[in-house]
Design a protein around this ligand. Structure first.
Ligand code: NAP
Ligand code: HSE
Length: 440
């Protein structure tokens, strides 16, 4: 009988996701081996602190504190980078690719910043870089966009891409509780990044939006080129205001392409979504993404977007692809990860031209004439007010004034915000949220 080939995996990182991969690999290994016809061994594992208590038991003989030694190990065929960060992780990734290995990564921050360099290195050295777990956790969204929807061009992709923020927003709305107490729970559950500002300030969503924009349109858009706003200033009162207007609040990534002008728009901000829409009802750690293709129409993907098991599921999918690639060659993966659609002639849409409706919350002095002054500023900036909700503020002597507007553009809205901020009777920086009427 022909002997089976042995393929060795090196795991860099044994934190939330790494432990999930270790745990499920034990369960999945025999099945994977039977399906793919190879022996698959998790040969080495790197950590920073080998004495740390963990939820899985890894034999000491497999452990190292030197992830580069895994990247350089000639016995290892597949390197799984689950450390996070853009320093050592980049070194390990490039080193492993330089040695012709396949690298599997969940590291969206690294891919957003160094994706072009990493994919070029994979091409140059005949390796592969697989990153299903980097966007939307357990949802196979990258496969869907790259393979399942290969016949499509994408005028619009938008969705909830950060499980931590969706968990926080859901709990704030359900329990009428402030943001900081829910963030602690999201960290305990293993959803949040080590540096939690990446989640709550919108940067993690921006990293994922950047990867999706590249997959859909073949251009790398850096977070600095996008509008990126997070959820830190949203209060339970905003959920009550939004509900009274018929909306929920979600942190969305929105990626658009106008095929007439060839302009691409990528932005991340909290958005009021009509309560009856599918995405407005997606709660907890779940992600949901609406992908509109010019051939298929609109498709929607929902599933757990963060956490040990969901993320491990996506990593294992890449590990299975990596084994298939090693056994059967590139044909096993017909849409190579280095082949985005042509990006020729595209340019970034200037953010100030983005059109939409707005929700503005002002904390103002509770005095006669304030509403008139606010209305004058809006009119001077060509902003048409659609509704006004006035109520008491939590602070004595102040009132909360919530305006929604008819459709306008970012330039006008920003002009109005600057003037409102300068008004003596406006006592806090205004909170701006966008209203998303996507019609699906
Ligand atoms: P984590 O819990 O902080 O684990 C990181 C692991 O990497 C730890 O085992 C740590 O060692 C090790 N490590 C970190 N820096 C190292 C270094 N310089 N040298 C050696 N080892 C190092 O992180 P995680 O939540 O598993 O996330 C891992 C990656 O997956 C990140 O890129 C993250 O963005 C991404 N991701 C996470 C999720 C999620 O839900 N958590 C979902 C999708 C993607 P010690 O354990 O010894 O400290
Ligand atoms: N911190 C990220 C989130 C992990 O909450 O979505 C998954 O990418």
């Amino acid at each position: 009988m022909k002997s089976r080939r042995t393929l060795n995996i090196g795991l860099c990182g044994l934190g939330t996701v790494g432990q999930g991969v270790w745990k499920h690999f034990g369960r999945f290994r025999a099945d994977l081996e039977a399906r793919l016809g190879a022996r698959i061994v998790l040969r080495r594992v790197s950590v920073r602190d080998p004495r740390k208590a963990r939820g899985v038991r890894v034999p000491a003989s497999k452990l190292t504190t030197d992830p580069l030694s895994i990247a350089n190990d000639p016995q290892i065929h597949i390197v799984c980078e689950l450390m996070g960060g853009t320093g050592t992780a980049r070194q390990v990734t490039l080193q492993a690719l330089a040695r012709g290995k396949i690298v599997v990564s969940a590291n969206k921050a690294l891919i957003c910043v160094h994706g072009a360099e990493i994919l070029a290195a994979a091409r140059r050295h005949g390796g592969h870089f697989l990153f299903e777990a980097s966007v939307a956790g357990g949802i196979p969204l990258i496969k869907a966009v790259r393979e399942g929807l290969v016949a499509n061009r994408f005028p619009r992709i938008y969705g909830i891409l950060n499980g931590t923020c969706n968990y926080i927003l859901t709990k704030m709305e359900e329990l009428d509780t402030p943001y900081a107490s829910v963030l602690r729970e999201a960290k305990r559950l293993g959803y949040a990044e080590k540096q939690e500002s990446l989640d709550v300030q919108g940067w993690d969503t921006a990293h994922k939006a950047s990867i999706l924009a590249w997959l859909a349109h073949g251009v790398w858009v850096r977070p600095e080129q996008m509008i990126v706003e997070g959820i830190e200033r949203i209060t339970p009162a905003d959920f009550r205001n939004a509900a009274s207007l018929g909306y929920g609040i979600k942190l969305l990534a929105i990626i658009t392409r106008d095929f007439a002008t060839n302009e691409i728009g990528v932005r991340v901000h909290p958005t009021l979504l009509p309560q009856e829409t599918v995405l407005a009802r997606v709660s907890g750690v779940f992600n949901a993404i609406s992908v509109t293709g010019d051939v298929v129409g609109t498709t929607v993907y929902i599933g757990r977007g963060a956490g040990q098991d969901a993320t491990a599921s996506a990593v294992m999918s890449d590990l299975a692809d990596a084994v298939a690639l090693l056994l059967h060659g590139k044909g096993a993966h017909f849409m190579g990860e280095d082949r985005p659609p042509a990006a020729k002639g595209t340019r970034l849409a200037p953010p100030e031209r983005i059109r939409g409706r707005y929700y503005v919350r002002l904390t103002v002095a509770d005095q006669p004439g304030v509403l008139a002054r606010v209305a004058t500023i809006m009119a001077r900036n060509r902003m048409s007010i659609a509704s006004v909700i006035q109520g008491p503020s939590e602070r004595a002597g102040l009132a909360s004034l919530v305006l929604t507007t008819h459709e306008s553009d970012e330039r006008s809205m920003r002009g109005a915000l600057r003037a409102l901020t300068a008004l003596a009777s406006v006592r806090e920086a205004p909170l701006l949220l966008r209203i998303g009427d996507f019609g699906d």
